[in-house]
Design a protein around this ligand. Structure first.
Ligand code: PNW
Length: 469
């Protein structure tokens, strides 16, 4: 169970989920500000206005990571802080915040991995049409260049987009994420323009940063399993696999969308917005691939109401996140579940890693997110014990280790999340953190899982699940 010596043991966060300070230093609203302030969109009407106030507490948060023993941290840059309208010159104070954060990390021996886009599009770009519009991809490339120029001297690891599936299909299909639109055709256009944004952004980053830069993308590549070996169920699984995975890794890794995807979405879109040269742009060289994994999907053919957490994404919606797949049913995978209702299945992570080891031979992999929500509460003595999360992390890290033994080139793991934070449509009702946050005082308390994970990070060996740390 020993991990490679250079393995990155990190934690991940994203700007809107932790920063707060939404009206400070020239920042303007992103689609998540608008969405969370729209009644009925988030549980309890929660917003990221204050979040966990990381914008003001970043020094303490970095110190906490260092104390725990982490050697990597994945965070995202708020586009609206750097380029408030999504166009034009960068705001220096906005960039300075991230420079100070990176310097603090480097001083403490923590390797930063910067995600450029974790779902918070400047509202003005959404008003101009958002991701279904091609121009948004060009705007992203410009923004990527600005951030690359500002941080490229001190950041080596870059991630263009986080989970474009969620941006496209939860944002424009089921509407459970910002901007809350429910138009299947727009969701597929969004997917293509996110791919294009990645390709243009990756190229812009490379020219704006030193040659040592590593450019990656984080996909929430699903493990899609058929309910039975019945040909109709196998076909349902193949179609969902195209919509979950193929729509991104086809163009990214092979330079082509799956033919089967064109066929199965023909009733919704003609794909005429895929222009000559786009596929070449999207297939820009990658240095690594980021995989985010939480739970597998189980599907069958059949009409009726598609149910289950994977079908609806975050929260319930009348509208599907899966264009032209109304005749596919989502089932609950058997087994124990986390507080999100997501079944715990580390074999899915092993399967996912081995799939990309085959499909992207030679490309280093990072697990850029993995973790679990539990209903954590402090004891009378103020400590927070979360043995379920320790078991979850142990199971999934063991799956990563097994994949490495099976020949996969996994270079690091980022736990989602460093600390409890704004869980999108769920607001503050779901706690994913290894560090507990008291939302009244904003005080941080490492849960027992944080200490367990810190020990793994410091020793390169997974402590037992029952270990008291
Ligand atoms: C990811 N789904 O979101 C995000 O990258 C994080 O910001 C988020 O906090 C974390 O996972 C936990 O939810 C997802 O419906 C949201 O399939 C929804 C889905 C997958 C990932």
């Amino acid at each position: 169970m020993t991990f490679p010596p250079a393995f990155l043991w990190g934690a991940a966060t994203s700007a809107y989920q932790i920063e707060g300070a939404v009206r400070e230093d020239g920042r303007t609203p992103s689609i998540w500000d608008t969405f969370s302030h729209t009644p009925g969109r988030t549980i309890g009407g929660d917003t990221g206005d204050i979040a966990v106030d990381h914008y003001h507490r970043y020094r303490d948060d970095v110190a906490l990571m260092a104390d725990l023993g982490l050697n990597a941290y994945r965070f995202s840059v708020s586009w609206s802080r750097v380029q408030p309208t999504g166009r034009g010159p960068a705001v220096q104070v906005g960039l300075d915040f991230y420079r100070r954060l990176v310097d603090e990390l480097l001083e403490r021996g923590i390797k930063p991995a910067v995600t450029l886009y974790h779902w918070d599009l400047p509202q003005e770009l959404e008003d101009a049409g958002g991701w279904p519009e091609r121009d948004t991809a060009y705007r992203f490339a410009e923004y990527a260049r600005l951030v690359g120029e500002a941080l490229g001297d001190r950041v080596d690891n870059w991630i263009t987009l986080n989970e474009p599936w969620c941006s496209a299909f939860l944002g424009y299909g089921s509407g459970v994420h910002a901007p809350g639109r429910t138009d299947p055709a727009a969701s597929l256009r969004a997917a293509h323009h996110l791919n294009l944004a990645h390709g243009l952004g990756a190229t812009a980053l490379r020219s704006a940063t030193p040659a040592r830069s590593q450019v990656a993308i984080s996909l929430n590549s699903s493990v899609v399993r058929p309910l039975s070996q019945d040909p109709a169920d196998l076909d349902a699984a193949r179609r969902i696999d195209d919509l979950a995975n193929g729509v991104f890794h086809g163009p990214l890794l092979r330079g082509a969308y799956p033919e089967t995807l064109f066929a199965s979405t023909a009733s919704v879109t003609d794909w005429s917005y895929v222009l000559d040269g786009d596929l070449r742009t999207i297939k820009a060289p990658l240095d690594a691939l980021g995989l985010n994994y939480y739970t597998p999907s189980l599907v069958s053919a059949g009409t009726g109401k598609a149910g289950g957490p994977r079908a609806d994404g975050h929260g319930a919606s009348e509208h599907s996140s899966w264009p032209a797949a109304e005749d596919v049913l989502f089932h609950q995978t058997p087994g124990e579940r986390t507080e999100m209702g997501w079944t715990i299945d580390p074999t899915g992570l092993h399967e996912l890693i081995m799939r990309y080891t085959r499909e992207a031979p030679g490309l280093p992999l990072y697990i850029t997110e993995n973790g679990a929500a539990y209903d954590d509460k402090p004891d009378a003595d103020g400590r927070v014990h979360d043995p379920e999360r320790i078991a979850y992390l142990h199971g999934h890290l063991a799956a990563v280790r097994r994949a490495i033994a099976d020949g996969a080139d996994v270079r690091g793991y980022y736990l989602w999340s460093l600390m409890d934070n704004f869980e999108w449509a769920y607001g503050y009702s779901k706690r994913f953190g290894a560090v507990y946050v008291d939302y009244r005082t904003l005080e941080r308390t490492p849960k027992s899982s944080a200490r367990w994970y810190g020990e793994a990070a410091r020793t390169g060996v997974l402590p037992g699940v029952g270990t008291t740390v």
